[in-house]
Structure formats: C-alpha cells, structure tokens
Ligand binder design. Structure first.
Ligand SMILES: [Zn+2]
Length: 414
C-alpha cells in the first residue's frame, strides 16, 4: 500500500491505483502519485533487487549450460528472428527518437507546460469529443474493413452477428481485452467497451487477432503456433485501418485526441521499450560478474531512459525504479523488444499496403496463414521484403513520423 496526499487529503492506496493516477487530467495529482510511488519503491527496493539478481543470475547460468552465447541469443531464437533483424530494427528505432522527442515537446505545449516530466507521459490531451456508441463502432469497423477487403468486412460482420464478442464492462468481469481461438475459424473476444475512440480501436485490434485465427484455420495445431513477434501483425494492421479512417472525418480537437492516444502508445513501444531493452542487456552483462546493488540498478535505468527519451523529458523527473514496477524483468529474458517488432512489423505491412494495395491483398492472407511455419525473416522474404535491412523499419517509423508532424501542426493551430 502507498500513502499519499491528494488535494489536501491523506490516503492509502494500492500501488496499481497509484500508478493509474498517471492518466489524471490534474497535473498536481499525477505529480503527487509519481513522488509517492518512487518513495514506496525506495522502501521496498532491497528485496526486489535481491529477486532480480537471483532471476538474472539463474538465466545467465542456464544460458551458459545450454551453450547459448548470451540470454539475448536464446531469446532471439525463441522469437523466430536473428541478430541482424534486431540490429536493423534498433538502428531505425534510434534514428526515430528525435521525432518522438518532437512529439513530447508538442505534448508539453498542448499541456501548457515547458517540458514533459515522467508523470506527464500518460496525461490526457485534447477532448475525445466524439462518443462512439457500440453500434456505431460496429458499423464503422465493418465499413472500414471493407476498404481493405470484402472478406475482412464480412468476417467482422459475422463476429458481431454470431455474438463472438463479450463487450460491456460489468461487475466481476476482468479488465482489458483479448481474443482467443475457439474452434476451426471461430474466435471469441473479451473487451470492456467504453464509448470512445479507444474502445473502437481496441475492438478493431481484437478483430484483427480473430482474422489472423481465420487465416490459420486450415493449419494443424503445431503449424498454428505463432511467435510473439508475429502475433500482433494482423491486429496492428486493423487498428491502423480504422485509425486513419477516423482521422479523416474528425474535427481538429478529435484529431488531437486520436493522434495523442496513438503516439502515446507508439512512444511506449518504441522509446520506452528500447530503454527497457538497454537496461536488461546491461543487467545481464554485469550480473555475469557479480550482484548489482539497488543504486546500481537505479543508475542503469536512469541512463537507459536518458539515452532514449533524451531532451523529450525533464531529466530531473525520470523513473529510476521502473525495474521494480514492470513484472517483465522477473519472467523470461527480454520480454520487451518483441512488442516493438509487433508494432513496427504491422505498420511496415500497412506502408506496403498503401504502396501497392492489389499486390498486397493477394499475399497478405497467405502471410498470416504461415506465421507458424517459418521464422520472420523467411516469411518476409517470401512476401518480398527484407527485415534485415533498416529500410523496412524506417518505412514503419515513417507512418509514425507523419503522425507526429500532423500532431505538431494541430497543437500549434489550437
Ligand atoms: Zn494484441
């Protein structure tokens, strides 16, 4: 439990609720929550550091016994990519940081502050003026999927008509959203629909997973197994279709809200994930020699955040205890870069689609049906592109860069 003072009132809240205050529109609330969170982690850091040292030490030991070069090599194998792919993606990601910093500067301007602090990363910007009722979202998705293909649109209609989707939030229901394959070409979706663009976007995302399952329906059980790197391919693609369509008919205020939500997400997946990757890599290397102290872990985390967020964030307000906050460090190694691969691979495909829609349509379903059949570079090669070259990833990031530009212009005009 975390003690904090909110608007003059002393409160004791669980850590999850304190961290959720990061989305509060009131900056003083966000700041109070951030400071209380850091103090709480500081008090508990010693046993958490001990757990982290043990887990990373065990992974290092198993890596040696299994004759991997290092934990990263084993992780790349698990994720069906290789070092050349990771390097190409990371090269393009590092090149894109200046654009994300421009986004953070524009966000600061929209919030009326000089520079974003860590606790402003999730601050809401703009008013999501338009309410998207469920039925309207459903219609919109069916229509927009049709701009891609009748098959995708018919499939979405079927999912709605056959009641595959458990949509409304209700007491006792778990939060979040996911999609699971049920049988043959059928899936089921759980979501907690809120009448906003975010609700609509999540629905399109999960329908993308269901569409991927449809493409995999004729494969055997083992052939369907899709590595984490390729699991988000269809969902990101579908999300991007509805986002770009919604932007076209939105007022400037709504455009700001839609772009902010999307850029906030990409900033996490590209910038923050890189910081987590750099941190974990450094921890594994040092843990090979000895155990790391709390202050060393904090220093490594701060360094990783400085290298990635750069001048986008106030350097006095980073989050040196992120290694306490994220459970990903305490399970398998490098549970981070596959997220970035997922987003950028989906966006890269979207960029290829815009370039040559007909050629793309003919090959896309085939790619989705093969995600359990070969590693990612081989599949990409069959599709006609090379993910070992930074250019593929640069095209993905170009989709984001254009959004940053649009966001900047809208914020300046507002
Ligand atoms: Zn997903």
């Amino acid at each position: 439990m975390v003690e904090l003072e909110l608007k003059g009132e002393r409160q004791t809240l669980p850590m999850s609720m304190v961290r959720n205050l990061a989305v509060d529109p009131d900056r003083s609330v966000r700041a109070a929550a951030y400071h209380a969170e850091l103090q709480a982690w500081e008090r508990h850091a010693m046993p958490i550091a001990s757990a982290l040292n043990s887990i990373k030490g065990e992974t290092n030991l198993l890596t040696r016994r299994r004759k991997w070069r290092d934990p990263l090599e084993a992780s790349l194998f698990r994720n069906a990519i290789d070092e050349a792919v990771l390097d190409a993606m990371m090269t393009a990601a590092h090149e894109s940081f200046p654009h994300f910093r421009r986004y953070l500067h524009a966000k600061a301007r929209a919030l009326g502050i000089e520079r974003c602090a860590w606790y402003d990363l999730f601050a809401p910007v703009g008013k999501d003026a338009k309410r998207w009722e469920y039925d309207e979202a459903k219609q919109f998705i069916i229509e927009q999927f049709a701009t891609y293909s009748q098959k995708m649109s018919d499939f979405a209609r079927r999912a709605f008509e056959e009641n595959w989707i458990d949509a409304p939030p209700m007491p006792g229901k778990r939060d979040g959203a996911f999609c699971m394959r049920l049988r043959k070409d059928e899936s089921r979706i759980l979501t907690n629909y809120k009448p906003s663009f975010n609700g609509l976007s999540t629905l399109a995302h999960e329908l993308g997973h269901a569409y991927h399952n449809l493409c995999l329906a004729n494969r055997t059980y083992l052939q369907r197994f899709t590595p984490m790197t390729l699991a988000e391919t269809a969902s990101i693609f579908c999300e991007t279709i509805v986002r770009n369509a919604a932007l076209q008919n939105a007022t400037p205020e709504e455009q700001i809200a839609i772009l902010e939500a999307s850029l906030q997400g990409s900033c996490q997946v590209v910038v923050d994930i890189t910081s987590r990757f750099l941190f974990e890599k450094a921890v594994f290397e040092r843990r090979n020699e000895r155990e790391l102290s709390v202050s060393e872990l904090c220093a490594l985390m701060r360094e990783a955040q400085e290298q990635t967020y750069g001048d986008g964030l106030d350097p006095q307000s980073l989050h040196p205890y992120m290694w306490c906050a994220k459970p990903h460090y305490y399970g398998s190694a490098f549970y981070n870069y596959p997220y970035m691969f997922g987003l950028l691979f989906g966006l890269g495909l979207y960029a290829l689609y815009l370039d040559d829609p007909d050629g793309f349509r003919a090959r896309y379903d085939d790619l989705l049906s093969s995600t359990g059949m070969a590693d990612a570079p081989t599949l990409a090669e069959q599709f006609g592109f090379d993910i070992r070259k930074p250019d593929f990833w640069r095209n993905s990031l170009e989709v984001i860069r254009q959004d940053v530009e649009r966001f900047e212009a809208l914020v300046q005009g507002a």
